[in-house]
Design a binder for this molecule. Structure first.
Ligand code: H2U
Ligand code: ZN
Length: 340
């Protein structure tokens, strides 16, 4: 009988159809690395050198307005451009390239330089959710845009260039790799079983739930790769954020505040992560198979300074974890969801 607490095993991710190796027995090995607390810097409400603060100049000379809520602008160093002509080549299926039109934007969550999602109020976060909805609708309505990727890199460890609370939106013509995997998985599940993959998963998931409200569940997924990875899933079968009603949007704001506060309290440090939404492609199709969700992918393992690396075996074979998803969920449930 497989004992998930003792035996090395692999777990299946039905969204990507990939496997993760779990080695629960290794959590008993001694740890001699340092576990120190990092001093929490006292950030300021306004930073005259920040390119995201109101009234400041950005690279290229554009000046930000004196904004009071959220603020969206076209990325000055956009990875994608809307006017890119659609062209490509294919030499024997070996040298293959396609041009990629797209639009990249930056979204400031607040004029305050010192806030984070965990430190914002639910009504403030609701305005961020509304901004995401407007961007998803506006970008998605464009002919050349079939995928709208909203994501946040938080913390220097994740490559965020600036502590001012913000996210990015990259929207483009073809589905990116992760979107393709989830598209195929959800469509195949929907066609073969006549039900939505994530709706069915939610019916089974109790043990790894971290927190929930009427509209959303945050859980460490059974197949988590990162130590404290979570998935935030809409309780109702909605394909995208624009299909959420007012209560659903408030629910999303609430769950984001609660899970990020728990993260910050876990190691008493501003918790680094990548956060991103996966939702219906904007190619005009109805996509009944798509179920709105977000992934939090945080690198920390044992403390504010000890992180998990995806190296060696992970890069060359498959991802591996020691602490089980069940243990990670229990630890996140044990900390407060309010700012300490
Ligand atoms: P990150 O912190 O996730 O790197 O996002 C910041 C984005 O802001 C980044 O993509 C853009 C960078 O290109 N940026 C501007 O558009 N204008 C600037 O003046 C500096 C940074
Ligand atoms: Zn700022």
């Amino acid at each position: 009988m497989l004992d998930l607490k003792q035996h090395p095993h692999r777990r299946y991710n039905p969204l990507t159809r990939e496997w993760v190796l779990v080695s629960p027995h290794r959590t008993q090995r001694p740890w001699q690395g340092q576990v120190e607390k990092l001093p929490r810097a006292e950030p300021k409400r306004y930073d005259p050198t920040c390119y995201l603060c109101p009234r400041n100049e950005r690279a290229g000379g554009v000046r930000n307005p004196d904004y009071t809520g959220t603020f969206v602008f076209d990325n000055d160093f956009a990875a994608l451009r809307p006017d890119t002509p659609v062209e490509g080549f294919d030499e024997n299926g070996l040298l293959v390239a396609q041009s990629e039109p797209g639009i990249c934007r930056v979204v400031c969550f607040s004029p305050r330089h010192d806030l984070t999602i965990g430190g914002m109020s639910t009504p403030e976060l609701r305005t961020v959710v509304d901004t995401w909805v407007a961007q998803y609708e506006e970008l998605g309505a464009r002919e050349e845009i079939n995928w709208v990727q909203i994501f946040e890199n938080r913390g220097e460890m994740m490559g965020a260039s600036n502590p001012h609370p913000h996210c990015q939106i990259w929207s483009n013509h073809t589905l990116p790799n992760e979107a393709v995997k989830e598209q195929i998985s959800q469509a195949t599940y929907f066609e073969s079983r006549g039900a939505c993959l994530l709706c069915e998963y939610l019916k089974l998931e109790r043990e790894r739930v971290v927190c929930e409200n009427d509209a959303f569940v945050a859980a460490v997924p059974f197949w988590a790769v990162w130590p404290f990875e979570t998935i935030v899933i809409s309780k109702h079968h909605v394909p995208d954020i624009s299909a959420l009603d007012g209560a659903g949007r408030d629910g999303l704001a609430d769950i984001l505040r609660r899970i990020t506060s728990r993260y910050d309290n876990l190691f008493d440090t501003p918790f680094p992560y990548s956060l991103g939404f996966h939702q219906r492609p904007t190619d005009g199709g109805p996509h009944p198979e798509w179920h709105l969700h977000a992934h939090f992918l945080p690198p920390l393992l044992r403390s504010a300074t000890v992180r998990k690396f995806m190296v060696g075996y992970e890069l060359l074979s498959m991802p591996q974890r020691d602490i089980t998803a069940e243990d990670a969920a229990a630890r996140l449930r044990a900390v407060s969801e309010y700012r300490d």
